[in-house]
Design a protein around this ligand. Sequence first.
Ligand code: OFO
Length: 166
Amino acid sequence: MLKDTMLDRLNEQVNSEIYSAYLYFSMAGYFESVNLKGFANWMEIQAQEELAHSHRLYSYIIDKGERPKMAAIDAPPQDWSSPLDAMQDVYNHECKISEQINECVSLALKESDHSTNTMLQWFVSEQVEEEAAADDIVQKLRLISDNSTGLFLLDNELSKRSLEAD
Ligand code: OFO
């Protein structure tokens, strides 16, 4: 079983992870529309990873004998002014998700809920990677500035991303 406060918080996190997927699918559509198919591929893989994150939380709630409750998913933005604008949004969003995960951990510790704390440690490590991956692309885009050859090469690099088994 889970305490109600912990269950509610984990259900909110399921929602947040699905929103993340929705946001990244929206960004994938944006990148398709400006013919940056490597960026679009990176976003699609990212969106699929977010669905896997939501499923990880969903499965944990089930394993604890509780019922996951699905809430409405907010509509994500649909347009960005540039690839840098979109990737900066990814980085900011991931920082926000890291804060949410930290809040979940703090609640688990406050409630002496050790199994939830252990489950959440995977997310703590994952968020370090999520922030670093987004920041890496932001920094590259800053270096590239308005150099179209650099953008083409980065797009080609991002086209190689594939779904990793965790
Ligand atoms: Fe689920 O890590 Fe991004 O949001």
